[in-house]
Structures are given as C-alpha cells and as structure tokens.
Design a protein around this ligand. Structure first.
Ligand SMILES: Cc1cc2nc3c(=O)[nH]c(=O)nc-3n(C[C@H](O)[C@H](O)[C@H](O)COP(=O)(O)OP(=O)(O)OC[C@H]3O[C@@H](n4cnc5c(N)ncnc54)[C@H](O)[C@@H]3O)c2cc1C
Length: 861
C-alpha cells in the first residue's frame, strides 16, 4: 500500500472521526475514549515520526484534563470566572428584567446550532373554535361592512357613533377577557385573525380594537391585578363601559421608556373625607392611544416614599396604577393626528392627582414591579396586534394588487405580465406569505402556553417592516391610482399608516439593533444565561461549580458548531437530518446549516467583543437578522404543513424561504466583513463559507410562478388572503376587484376574439369599448356576449377610476383646531394648561358614576 493511501486513511480517521464526534455532539467521556483509542492505534500501526506522535499526544492532553473535574474546576474555571466577572457588561435592573422576560421556544432550537425539527413539526396547527369562527363570520364581517375609510379618515376623523357602539356591544374590546367577566376569552390565534381581518379593511378600526386587546389595563389586571381590581374593572372593560388606555411614553422617555420622570409620591391625604396614605401623582404623557376617550388610564410612573410611609425604601421604581380619568387633576381629551389615521390618540397629564395606594395594579406589594410587568406582557402582546395588523393589511394589498395588475392594461397587455411589475408583485405575495406564517405559527405557540419574548420581537420588527415593503410595492404597481386620494383610493391609507406600526411597541431600529439579538443571546443561548447566573451566585462555591459545568459544555458546543458549520457548508447540508421527505426538505437542511453557522458566529462575537457587542449595534443587528430569517423561514415551513402541504402554495413557500435564507447568508457575510477582529473573522469565514456564498435568491422563474397564482383566481390566491375582507358588495374594493378578475377570466376567450378581429382589420377601433360595438355590428360576437363584455368593461373602468374634487371641496374648515403649542419637555407640569379642549376632572371620587362615563369627544371628532 502506498504511503499516500495509508496517510489518507489516518487523516480520515482523525479528521473525519473528529468531525463525526463533534457533529453529533457525542459526550466528552465517549469522545475522549474514541480519540484515545485512535491515537493508540496510530502509535502502534501508523507510520508517523516521533515528532508528530508527540504533537498528537500533546493535543490530546486538554481532552484528558477536561475529564478531570476537580483539576479543571480549580485550574481553569476558577480563574476564568474571575476574568468573566470583570468582563460582565453593566446591566440595570430594567435591562435585566427585559432580557429575562418570557419563555424560550423555537428560537432556542435555532440558537442551539442543531434544531430539533420534531419539536416544531409536532406543535398542533392553530385553529379557530366554532365560536371564534362564528365571530369572524358574524360580528367581524359586519363590522368590516360598516367601515367606510373615506368617511372615517377624511370626513369625520373618527369612527361614527354606531361603529363605536357596535364594537362595544359585540365585545371587540374584550377578546382577551375571560368569559366569567363577560369577555370573549378568545385564543391568541383568534385575536390575531380578528385584527388581521379588520386591518384588511380599515386601520383606524384595527388600531382601536387592537390596543385594549394588547398591552393595556385588561391584560395587566388579568396577570397582576387583585381580585377586587379584577371584579371592579374587567366586567366594565368587557362591556365597553370603560375605555382603557396605557400611558408609558412621555416627552423625555420614548424608546428609553424606563427613563420616565413622571412621579408618584407616597403621602398622606384626604380621600372621600377620610385621612389615608395614598400617592400624589404628576405626569405628562404623549402619544397615548385611546387616551382622548379613555375612562381608565393605566399609568406608569416612578414611585417615591420620602417619608417611609409604606416601607424603608426611598424609591420603588417604575410602578403601574389604574387611574379613572374623572379623578381630580387628570387631563385627557386633546388629540394628536397620527399621519391622518384618526384612531384616538393624544396626550394626558396629571397634576397633583391624589389616589389611594390600592390603585396600584396588584396592590401595594407590586410597587416598583411595573417594568417587569410590562416587559413580561410585551413578550406576548408584541407578537399579536402589530404583526397581525401588518399581515391583514398585506393580505388586502396582495389580493388587490393581483387583480388590479391583471385588469389594468398598458402597451396592450395586463401590467402584471411585465416582469418589472411582476417582480414587485412577487415580493408582495411572498412577504405576505411570510407574515401570515409568522403570525399564525407564533400565536399558535402562545396558545400552547409559550411566552416567546424573542420571536415576539422578531415578529414586531419584521412583520411591520415587511408590511412597509408590501405597502411600497402596492403603491408602485397601482401607479397614479394609489396616489390620488379619495373614496376610490384603497391603497394610500395603508401606506400612510405603516410608520405607525414601525414606531410603536419598541421602535424598529431599536428593536433590530438592541433587542432581537441582545435578548436572544441572553435568553436562547444554551449556556450564556447559565454562565451569567453562576457568576452572580452569591454562594461562591456553588457558583463556581455551575460556571464550570456551563463553561465546559459551552466549549463543547462551540467545537460542535464549528464542525457542523464546516461540514454542512461543504456538503450544502445535503446529508443533514430532517424529519420530512417532502419538496421542502432542502429548506430544512439549509436552516440546519445556518443555525450552526449562526451559533458559531454568535459565540465568537460574544467571546471577542464581550460587553462591547451591546454598542456594536450593526453587528448585533446583523446577527439578529440571521436569527430572524431562520425563525421566519421555519414558520413558513410549519405554516405550509399546518395548511395541509398544498402543492399550489409551493411557489410562495419556496420564494419566501429562499428570500429569507439568502438574506441570512448576506447578513452573515456582512457580519464577517465588518467583524473588528480580523484573524477571528478569517477563521470563522473558513468554517462558515468554505465554498463561498453559494445560496441564491429566488429565480425570476419562481417569481413568475408567484405572480401567476396571485393574478389568477384559485385556492393559493384565496389562502394567501384568507382573512381579508373580500365580500362582494358596493364599497368594498376587494370584493369588486375579485368580481372583475373572475369576469376577466370568463371574458378572456371573447377578448381574444376581439383582438384577433382587430388584427385581421375586421375592427377599426383601438378602444375596447368601441370594439365591442363594432364586433356586435359585424356579428363577431352575439348581442348577449356584447352585453356581458360591456358590463365587464364598465366594472373595470369603475375600478380604475380615481376621484376628483371641486376646488372648494379642498377646504376642511374647523376639522382640526390649531395646536396648543409646544408640550413641556423637561419636567412634569407645574401649572394646568388652559386649552379649549382640555378636560380637567373636578371632583375626586373613589368610584365614578356610570352616567359620567360617556365618551368624550373633541371638536376634531
Ligand atoms: C401612533 C402612536 C401610538 C402610540 N401609542 C402609545 C400608547 O398607547 N402608550 C404609550 O405609552 N406609548 C405609545 N406610543 C409611543 C411609542 O411607544 C414611542 O413612540 C416609541 O417607544 C418610540 O419613542 P419616540 O417616538 O420618542 O422615539 P425616540 O425614542 O426618540 O426614537 C427615535 C428613533 O431612534 C431610534 N433609537 C432610539 N434609541 C436607540 C438605540 N439605542 N439604538 C438604536 N436605535 C435607537 C428609535 O428606534 C427610533 O427610530 C405611541 C406612539 C405612536 C406614534
């Protein structure tokens, strides 16, 4: 046997065997025995020089040491722990609470570098109960029918009284409230589907309904309220007698919400004629949804106790309380104008508002726990309202764009046939599919008891960003039709509204730069939080044992991820284990590959940058993008399974996963390109991209398939816009567009006849309307056929039409009163602002009379 063959054999034994052990995460002891056995065999039967044998045996020593528990703990882990403690980034309590909120779900698997797909596949597909379905088909459908966007947004700047009454009567505000308090007690999935449907029709209604069902007084009470508070508020919140809002944001504290200066000072005061210990509150909040019409205000403030009336602390920190808006000193009523989307939103302030201590949500023992409460609830709420609104709006956009671009002809062809338009259409379809999948799968997980903090941040950011992309593309493919405002414009309002979702519940730049990876690394990484907790353990010895265990498991995990990333990249993940043998199999394998690469890159980023990673926002954001792409792609695959693996949807699935995973590849490449430690970046690139960047974006052909299913009636088009309000009725553009699309398919043979006749010069006119008359006269088509063609032609013309107005229609006198001037920027208000619309409650009352609970309207409404 030649020495080359022998050498190759031993190389295979060591390199292949090493990769095999690491790839499969064989435990430390078994790996040590296997490597030791191979070394003994090589020493006995191999032909290496003494020098090489020495090198190999020396390389084996760390593996032996790793098995010597006491030695490694004292000589390696103890000094490592001391260094680690010095490196730990400083972290405020609020940051820690935010990072530790919620549960770890599929995000944890993606962080592991070796996702266990069975865990995702075996999750039950979310379904509406009969009652929830009846609500969607009944009150939800009816509410959509009642909503007239032009009337609401342009003429009234509010929803009509009958719409408000309908919303309250059918308990739209009470989807999350249990039945025994009079609520609907819907699943998270049903909540999301209702919001999606409303958002497909009108953003004012979906925002108005979304807020009370998201982070707000009801949710806070359900989780943290005392029984007395629940009994007092939940029934009237469910019936709509109480309108809630939640006020956190203030002029000084936007993204950095914990920096609020609104204060509550524990003091003695008079309440209902009695001397009690209560809280004197001062606040100045802005941007608060529903505040202008709210009867109960969830308020976040910092609680101080300078006289130590309730304990020995001076300061308790952020606290949440429920304040009836008719309490003396509370100001609500004025409105902001959020991009002309007239849901109720405005400032609120309070000056020396005195309330009892039991107004604190959860009572006195929850003093100072407000921030924890908020971030815990955000880990669920953020995955529902905004993502489902974005998905619903996009479903409407996909439905409308597919039909419109088929009906609108230029250069003698439906514009959908032009590849340039098709490219935008494919993005609309694919992005909508991604949002649908993310919302459905994640809300399903919430219904199974998860509180997926990191996925909820991923959904908040990506669904609203994808929603913005869909809105942009929808504007583009509609051309001037989408630009001219008026009742006939069904596109522009959604486009105008996109920055709202981008900004609220954690503005997007911040969410991408700080939250997704920052929280993911702490929460989902299998060892980082364990190491952190061990380092913070006050019992030094126990801390050391825990740290040692976490550290060595972490090292093994990093080695495994290096082996997995390298092998999967070399083989295009073709041999990687996945649970299904379906047309989507390769996509699971690709996610496996990127999961390992991402885990490896994350570890080295944390190891070399430590706490500095927090301020290297672009690196952190790119890692977050990779995690997000894998998460969203996983939901696409799961959604496809949940919907019964329909072949017609495959182009959407393939386009979506390809787009996401291509983005993951490019972001990983940019991460390595910008990684400050260049030698480490080079080593990482060797393991992650040994064959370069080989993954490609969706092909043009795949894009055309997506366009095809969006522009033709059929199951895939229906499923893509499943929740959208598409009922055929006057005033519903989505229903009318579908009617015209179906007619266009029916009329296609006759249109072809006319085209052919025109080509043969049997018809003189260039214009379709005149061609119909000529064709009838020439008996090319029958009278009945001509009648149907005329009807179709008229319907299309109506849909393509835009509005125009008399010059005098442009004045909107008195619609919105002149602003009151700048809001105070530095301190809580010292004096009451005198404004026409201000509502200052005159009398302090422990409980207000229900007669007073009428919805207050400003002149603007
Ligand atoms: C229509 C609407 C409704 C709202 N409803 C409510 C409500 O009901 N209750 C309530 O309490 N609040 C509400 N808000 C407030 C909302 O939560 C805040 O607007 C949001 O937190 C951002 O604060 P800001 O607008 O002051 O922006 P800023 O904090 O000034 O941020 C400006 C920009 O800087 C970015 N940024 C800031 N810090 C960082 C960082 N460290 N890294 C990267 N980027 C960063 C942000 O992402 C953003 O893009 C609402 C806002 C709007 C617009």
């Amino acid at each position: 046997m030649s020495s080359f063959v022998v050498g190759s054999f031993w190389f295979l034994v060591f390199a292949g065997g090493g990769i095999y052990l690491a790839y499969n995460r064989v435990n430390l002891l078994a790996s040590t025995i296997a490597v030791g056995a191979a070394l003994i065999a090589y020493s006995l039967f191999g032909s290496a020089s003494v020098f090489w044998l020495l090198v190999l045996w020396l390389a084996f020593v760390p593996l032996i040491i790793a098995n010597m528990d006491d030695f490694r703990r004292e000589k390696i882990s103890r000094p490592a722990l001391a260094t680690y403690r010095k490196m730990l980034p400083s972290m405020s309590d609020t940051e820690r609470e935010a990072l530790e909120a919620g549960s770890v779900w599929w995000d944890g698997e993606l962080f592991s570098g070796m996702p266990d797909w069975d865990k995702l596949i075996s999750f039950p597909a979310p379904q509406l109960s009969d009652e929830e379905q009846a609500f969607m088909d009944g009150p939800c459908e009816e509410l959509c029918r009642m909503l007239d966007d032009w009337d609401i947004s342009h003429q009234r700047a509010d929803m009509p009284a009958e719409v408000w009454a309908f919303i309250k009567k059918h308990r739209f505000f009470a989807m999350i409230i249990p039945k025994h308090y009079g609520g609907l007690e819907f699943s998270a999935y049903a909540n999301a589907m209702v919001i999606s449907k409303l958002a497909s029709r009108n953003t004012t209604a979906s925002s108005t309904v979304g807020v009370p069902n998201s982070l707000g007084p009801a949710e806070l009470l359900l989780h943290y309220g005392t029984d007395e508070q629940k009994d007092r508020y939940l029934p009237s919140l469910a019936s709509g007698d109480e309108i809630p809002c939640f006020a956190l944001t203030s002029p000084q504290a936007g993204s950095d919400a914990a920096a609020l200066i609104d204060s509550g000072v524990v003091c003695k005061g008079t309440w209902n004629g009695k001397k009690i210990i209560g809280i004197r509150l001062n606040w100045n909040k802005r941007y608060i949804t529903l505040a202008p019409v709210a009867t109960v205000l969830g308020l976040a403030f910092k609680l101080y106790d300078p006289e130590h009336l309730i304990g020995d602390k001076d300061e308790y920190g952020i606290t949440a309380a429920l304040i009836p808006t008719d309490t003396d000193g509370v100001t609500v009523g004025r409105r902001h104008n959020p991009l002309s989307i007239p849901f109720q939103n405005g400032p609120t302030s309070g000056e020396d508002v005195f309330v009892p201590l039991d107004y604190i949500i959860g009572g006195q023992e929850m003093a100072g726990k407000g921030w924890k409460m908020l971030v815990e609830l955000l880990s669920v709420g953020r995955a529902i309202t905004l993502p489902s609104s974005a998905a619903g709006g996009s479903q409407a956009a996909a439905w409308a764009s597919g039909a419109y671009t088929t009906l609108r002809k230029q250069f003698g062809l439906p514009i959908a046939r032009f590849d340039g338009v098709g490219e935008a259409l494919a993005r609309i379809g694919g992005h909508t599919y991604i949002m649908n999948a993310a919302v459905s799968v994640t809300s399903g997980a919430i219904d199974q008891g998860e509180k997926p903090a990191v996925p909820s941040a991923i959904l908040k950011y990506h669904c609203t960003e994808l929603g913005r992309k869909v809105a942009n593309d929808t504007m583009d493919v509609h051309g001037g039709k989408a630009v001219m405002m008026g009742p006939k414009n069904y596109v522009a309002r959604g486009y105008m509204a996109t920055p709202i979702a981008i900004t609220v519940e954690g503005a997007n730049i911040l969410t991408r730069s700080l939250i997704i990876f920052g929280q993911g690394a702490m929460r989902c990484h299998p060892f980082v939080l364990r190491e952190l907790h061990a380092a913070q353990n006050e019992n030094e010895e126990r801390g050391l044992t825990e740290f040692d265990d976490a550290l060595f498991s972490h090292v093994g995990y990093a080695i495994s991820n290096a082996a997995r990333a390298f092998f999967l990249a070399l083989t295009h993940a073709k041999f990687s284990n996945v649970p299904l043998n379906t047309p989507t199999r390769r996509y699971y394998q690709n996610i496996n590959r990127y999961s390992a690469a991402f885990a490896l890159a994350s570890d080295f980023a944390m190891l070399t940058l430590g706490g500095k990673l927090k301020i290297k926002e672009l690196l952190s954001a790119r890692l977050g993008d990779i995690l997000s792409s894998m998460y969203l792609a996983s939901t696409v695959l799961k959604h496809f399974e949940n919907q019964g693996r329909r072949a017609a949807d495959l182009p959407l699935v393939e386009w979506s996963v390809r787009t996401l995973m291509y983005h993951a590849q490019e972001q990983l490449h940019s991460f390595l390109q910008n990684f400050p430690n260049r030698p480490v970046a080079t080593i990482l690139r060797f393991f992650i991209f040994p064959r370069g960047r080989t993954y490609s974006a969706p092909s043009d052909e795949l894009g055309r398939k997506v366009v095809n299913l969006m522009t033709h009636s059929g199951e895939a088009r229906d499923r893509l816009s499943q929740q959208a309000y598409t009922t055929l009725e006057p005033g519903n553009p989505l229903g009318l567009l579908q009617e015209a699309l179906l007619l266009s398919e029916e009329m296609a043979p006759m249109e072809q006849k006319l085209r052919q006749a025109h080509k043969e010069r049997l018809l003189a006119s260039e214009y379709f309307g005149q061609q119909i008359d000529e064709a009838q006269d020439a008996e090319i088509i029958s009278k009945a056929e001509a009648g149907r063609l005329r009807d179709y032609h008229q319907k299309v013309l109506d849909l393509l039409a835009v509005d125009d107005f008399a010059p005098e229609d442009f004045g909107r006198s008195g619609a919105v009163e002149a602003p009151s001037g700048a809001q105070p920027q530095a301190d809580p208000p010292k004096t009451k602002r005198k404004t026409k619309n201000k509502i200052v409650r005159k009398k302090a009352t422990a409980s207000k009379s229900s007669k007073k609970k009428k919805v207050r309207k400003t002149k603007a409404s």
